[in-house]
Design a protein around this ligand. Structure first.
Ligand SMILES: [Fe+2]
Ligand SMILES: [Fe+2]
Length: 168
């Protein structure tokens, strides 16, 4: 199976499970998604820093590090907002998110080390999914400026990932 198909397959399965578990609990779902969505950026940063320390500096190393740092901060802002809306109120959601993120961080470290383009593509798909999730929410619940702003951030991240693939 090609890596892109593999990424889409894993994402579809995960999303189906999360959609089922988080029916009618929008802010808890968003909080879990944001908690997971930010892990790849610090996984990419960890690998880039480590490569740099090992003398394996790539051509666009600094640019990529700056970009991923900014993305991780922006995702943390999204997370803070979801927390302010009660997304992390329940123990079970914190339990789910923190175990998923532990796994997802290390998957991304290994994936980015061995196949950076495919790792970027997986995050690209996750960002597109996040944007779609927020778009569905807006379609159902009506206008919400903050959610629209976050939706646009996710599209921006997806675009930056497309550009990052070309920089490798
Ligand atoms: Fe986000
Ligand atoms: Fe994002």
């Amino acid at each position: 199976m090609e890596m892109k198909n593999f990424n889409s397959f894993v994402l579809t399965v995960t999303v189906t499970i999360l959609d089922f578990l988080y029916q009618g609990r929008d802010y808890q779902r968003f909080w879990v998604l944001e908690e997971i969505a930010r892990a790849p950026y610090f996984a990419f940063l960890s690998v880039l820093h480590f490569q740099e320390s090992m003398g394996l500096r790539g051509i666009s190393q600094n640019e990529l590090m700056r970009e991923h740092f900014e993305q991780s901060v922006n995702e943390t802002e999204h997370l803070d907002y979801m927390e302010s809306r009660g997304g992390s109120r329940y123990w079970i959601d914190r339990f789910v998110a923190r175990h998923l993120v532990l796994l997802y961080y290390w998957i991304n470290v290994v994936y980015y080390w061995v196949a950076p383009r495919s790792a970027y593509h997986m995050s690209y798909e996750v960002e597109i999914h996040a944007a779609e999730t927020y778009a569905k929410y807006l379609a159902l619940k009506g206008p919400d400026e903050k959610i629209l702003e976050i939706l646009n951030d996710e599209l921006h991240h997806a675009h930056e990932l497309e550009l990052a693939i070309e920089k490798l």
